[in-house]
Design a protein around this ligand. Structure first.
Ligand SMILES: *[C@@H]1O[C@H](CO)[C@@H](O)[C@H](O)[C@H]1NC(C)=O
Ligand SMILES: *[C@@H]1O[C@H](CO)[C@@H](O)[C@H](O)[C@H]1NC(C)=O
Length: 384
């Protein structure tokens, strides 16, 4: 009997020691990064949707995912998105989509972004930013209640390991990439003047959403501005015929000018939030310039003409990526052979190769205000 309990003690000791050693290893790994964000909560549209809209409404079909996951992975891309490279950079798992009910793990964050989402309704998707923020509030409340309830049990069930630690919400990085669909929906349904006039309302609502997150305990924000809408092959396809419409890189000038105006106002809103919320940290990320740098140097960087896209097809009307059509014996809609040579995957969404190029440049802070790497986004800029 005595001997048995010693054995037990010994085994227990090894277990504790082992866990402690493991914990230390994890800690020092994280310790090499200044902030050690334990989680990421993301809000946005298809640029950062890792499976939300695919689970909720429109399943994303092959060949999406072919380059990296080997199967459709809820992303409108052949592989990883910028948000996936953010997760890799922070040494966290890829984010599960909040709306996905199969195989999800929210221990290190959740993704509320869904394809087609805009800041404000109406739009292409019911899951506008306001809805995403409500979902986060509910997620936080319910996961905290469940965590606390399960922690009282002596035998902790497995499900607890998929839940966020309540104390980690305020240490997490909150990332936002949204607004592109407000502009493109505006261009489709209203005049250019109306789109311009709508910008203060859109950026105002985005800023309001950040205030709500702050009230919920969020402190660290990483805000992407909107990309060069006029360089998306779909914008170009529909607008290239109007004379004088394209710039020297083949992008629709007007759409890009409006996107830049949106970004000026967004940057201004973020500056105001900084003074309004001195205990929060904001990094404004100029994704527009990173994407435009890629597009204007595409050929030098080994990409094909950035107006071409890899998946889906256009010959008078377009066939979405994942669909095929046979016209006069010719099959349209097959993906290209080398997605990594295309900036655009499907005419709207960037390829994994493009996302990687952009991520490599934005994550080290070279397109950010303040210019700090994402791992340091909890701090004031270091004095030089
Ligand atoms: C298919 O064939 C018809 C009849 O020859 C022709 O009018 C039409 O333009 C063709 N369509 C395409 C997409 O080639
Ligand atoms: C960030 O990374 C890019 C690509 O590797 C590099 O060209 C750039 O100089 C880096 N910037 C900083 C501030 O480290």
């Amino acid at each position: 009997m005595m001997e048995d309990s010693w054995k037990l003690f010994y085994v227990f000791g090894i277990l504790v020691f082992g866990l402690a050693a493991q914990w230390k290893a994890v800690k020092s790994d994280v310790g090499s990064m200044s902030c050690g964000f334990p989680a990421v909560y993301n809000f946005g549209d298809s640029n950062s949707d890792t499976g939300g809209i695919s689970a909720a409404l429109n399943e994303i079909l092959p060949p999406n995912g072919e380059t990296f996951f080997g199967h459709p992975a809820g992303r409108a891309c052949d592989g990883r998105l910028i948000i996936d490279f953010i997760a890799e950079n922070l040494k966290l798992p890829y984010l599960s989509a909040y709306l996905d009910s199969v195989g999800t793990n929210f221990r290190h964050g959740a993704n509320f972004a869904t394809g087609g989402s805009s800041v404000r309704p109406p739009g292409y998707s019911p899951f506008n930013l306001g809805v995403q923020i409500s979902q986060f509030i509910q997620f936080k409340a319910r996961s905290t209640a469940l965590y606390n309830q399960l922690s009282l049990n002596r035998r902790i069930p497995l499900t607890i390991s998929n839940l966020p630690r309540p104390a980690e919400f305020s240490q997490a990085l909150f990332t936002l990439d949204i607004g592109q669909n407000d502009l493109s929906y505006g261009f489709q349904h209203t005049t250019e003047k109306q789109v311009l006039a709508s910008i203060p309302g859109i950026t105002g609502q985005l800023s309001q959403a950040i205030l709500v997150l702050y009230k919920e305990g969020a402190r660290f924000f990483w805000v992407h501005n909107t990309g060069p809408l006029g360089c998306l092959p779909y914008s170009v396809l529909y607008d290239k015929l109007k004379p004088g419409n394209l710039d020297k890189n083949g992008c629709v000038k007007l759409h890009n000018e409006v996107a830049m105006e949106f970004n000026r106002q967004l940057k201004d809103k973020v500056s105001r939030l900084r003074t309004q919320l001195p205990f929060a940290k904001f990094t404004y990320v100029d994704v527009y310039s990173a994407k435009y740098a890629l597009i204007s140097n595409a050929k030098k960087l080994g990409f094909v003409d950035p107006a071409n896209f890899c998946c889906g097809s256009f010959y008078g009307y377009h066939i979405n990526c994942g669909k095929k059509a046979t016209v006069n014996g010719t099959v349209y809609g097959n993906p290209c052979n080398h997605p990594s040579r295309h900036v655009s995957w499907d005419g709207i969404h960037y390829s994994q190769a493009a996302n990687m190029w952009i991520a490599q440049r934005i994550l080290n802070g070279s397109f950010s205000d303040p210019p700090v790497p994402i791992q340091d986004a909890c701090q004031h800029q270091r004095k030089m």
